[in-house]
Design a protein around this ligand. Structure first.
Ligand code: NAD
Length: 308
């Protein structure tokens, strides 16, 4: 296959590119390096891979045939989208429109990287795909959540109206090498603080929960969805739910750090619980996560040691 990946120089996009190349496909990455880094794909330089530096909120054209478009471009960490509210809304809206237009013009399949944030601060737990969510459109996080909700709506419209074979994956918290240490997400932040021997900062009392999926498990789920016949949204994430304090303590133990936990006020609209119901992924894709937390953290901690 010839695959176009928007956001290819980002954390997940770079792993997706690598796995597709390993499976014998050709990859064209499109990225404007807003939150990504060329270094993430530097090791793919001599393979069947090219990186086009381009902002996907502007018209996208790629020469030659395309079989699959994976639309991954978007700031994804709270620090990024709070600093970049308008680019986040634009890439979710205009960027998704352009990526869908490319798939339509080429007769390609399309997969949208959506997010568990479409469920907002959920009133249903764990979250099933049938849940419509509890999102504050005008809260600070609304710029990301509503951009992704719009992206889902236009993706479904292209499927229903134009017959595009479009799919939606709702990704839950994912971690692994090539995240940025200062991107504000829990795992890299805690690892960075623990490795530097600094206090580990917990927002709130640490009882809020998250479910962390290792990036190789996520990539397998994405590629199974791309190959599937479904056009319904599918949750992909690890249902193993932990409190934020528990994950911080695990990281402190695994890094052998003497860091202490410190507690700061919870940001506005921060979800209190988050756990995917992955029944649909199990039934339709035969997918479930395989990498235990400690194994994924070992690789991730080793990566961040090289960065500090
Ligand atoms: P990331 O910031 O590492 O990657 C995003 C990439 O998109 C970056 O390389 C960035 O430069 C690029 N980009 C942003 N705006 C662009 C534009 N206008 N034109 C071209 N490129 C642009 O983030 P990530 O964690 O790899 O997330 C990738 C995707 O997965 C996002 O769509 C995100 O919403 C989704 N997602 C991620 C998670 C997670 O836990 N990492 C969870 C849910 C959803």
């Amino acid at each position: 296959m010839r695959v176009v990946i928007t956001g290819a120089a980002g954390f997940i996009g770079s792993h997706l590119s690598e796995t597709l190349l390993d499976r014998g496909h050709s990859v064209i990455g499109i990225d404007n390096l807003l939150t990504g880094d060329r270094e993430n794909v530097a090791h793919l330089r001599d393979r069947d891979f090219q990186l086009i530096i381009h902002d996907v909120t502007r018209y996208i054209d790629v020469a030659g045939p395309v079989d699959l478009v994976l639309h991954w471009a978007s700031p994804a960490s709270p620090i990024d989208y709070l600093e970049l509210p308008i680019p986040t809304l634009k890439v979710g809206a205009l960027g998704t429109h352009n990526a869908l237009g490319l798939a339509k013009a080429k007769g390609a399949r399309f997969v949208l990287a959506s997010t568990s944030e479409v469920y907002g601060d959920p009133l249903e737990h764990p979250q099933k795909e049938t849940y419509w969510g509890n999102v504050n459109p005008i809260g600070p996080r609304g710029v990301y959540d509503e951009a992704k909700r719009f992206a889902e709506a236009i993706t479904v419209a292209y499927h229903r109206h134009h017959g595009l074979d479009a799919k939606i994956i709702r990704i839950f918290n994912t971690y692994g090498p090539r995240m940025r240490i200062h991107d504000g997400r829990a795992v890299p932040t805690f690892i960075g603080q623990a490795l530097r021997g600094e206090d580990v900062t917990i927002f709130g009392d640490g009882s809020q929960t998250r479910s962390f999926c290792y990036v190789t498990d996520l990539v397998e789920g994405i590629l199974r969805l791309a190959d599937s016949n479904t056009n319904d949204p599918v949750n992909v994430g690890n249902p193993h739910e932990m409190s934020i304090a528990e994950i911080a303590q695990t990281i402190i133990r695994m890094t052998g750090s003497s860091s202490q936990l410190v507690f700061k006020p919870l940001p506005t609209d921060d979800p209190k619980v988050r756990r995917p119901d992955i029944t649909r992924a199990r039934e339709i894709l035969g997918w479930e996560p395989k990498v235990p937390l400690e194994e994924g953290l070992t690789t991730t901690i080793a990566y961040f040691r090289t960065k500090i």
